[in-house]
Design a binder for this molecule. Sequence first.
Ligand code: PEP
Ligand code: MN
Length: 362
Amino acid sequence: METQLQQMKALTQEKLAKRPLIISGPCSAETEEQVLETATRLAKTGKVDVLRAGIWKPRTKPGLFEGIGTKGLPWLLQAKKITGLPTTVEVATAKHVEDALQFDVDILWLGARTTVNPFSVQEVADALKGVDIPVLIKNPINPDLELWSGGIERIQKAGIKQVGMIHRGFSNYGNTEFRNAPMWHLPIEMKRRFPEMLLICDPSHICGNRHALQAISQKSIDLDFDGIMIESHIDPDNAWSDAKQQITPERLGELIDALIWRSETSDKEDFLTALATLREQINHVDDELITLLGQRMKISEKIGEYKRTNNITILQTNRWNDILEKAFKKGDKIGLSEEFISKYFDAVHLESINHQNKIMNS
Ligand code: PEP
Ligand code: MN
């Protein structure tokens, strides 16, 4: 028995080291047949490394399917025996951890609604003390990188050596293109903070639909993510949770096949020289931009002094609208989106206001 467990640990390590790492399985385990058939069909594609299934489901509203519970864990164990695939489930409480370990789940993950709550993360961390198991941590539902980093640190402090990150997008209000906005700069910043840590993308919960899965998966691969976690179901339309975004195991196989894998670097001499030249140019432009921004701020401070002497408010809304209007027009001509221009000017404006405010009150 001991050796079987050891073998499974070694296999899990092997899978976690594979690039790209592909995790798939149903949003929720529903019945034994559904879990076993999904697992068998996923294994048959030959594309999947780890089998996922939600056992306890955090639902936004009461009355929806809240997961099959502990009863589903033996099904996953059976699926592993049949397919040889390591398994992963979401845990949110100490009891979940205890039950998952009892049924030899190989990898645990923390869901977005858990990462957002330090009490819950700490409860899971305490339950993990002295346990040797990899833990993947989804981003919190709100775009707060400190919460995400904090969750990682809590789990690491419990002694878990192998921690990974899952990017599943961030909650937003109203109808948007995505169920959860990807805000790619945030996982990229996490990669900067934790360069050695596994980072995978969960296109299912970003998209909330089937049609955008391919593009979002490709985008994550292009951004050098280490792998993806996608939900799959034998009968997606009739899934008990997240029916709109699940795909069949066979469709998953096609999706993975259609991805284009680019390597992070190339050792071709001419490519490297061209890249180095272009990067040099970018560095130069960045340098100029910072100098120009500094000059802009100096002028803004002068305006602040002038406003103080004449006792007028910092903000003149019309003036600001004029600036934006002009910038949008110019941006449009040279291919810069209004979204980018607004973000840039928001940052510049805020910095200007802060500088002028300091001067007003000095
Ligand atoms: C899930 O993976 O099924 C899930 C509930 O995801 P998230 O925590 O990202 O909402
Ligand atoms: Mn789901």
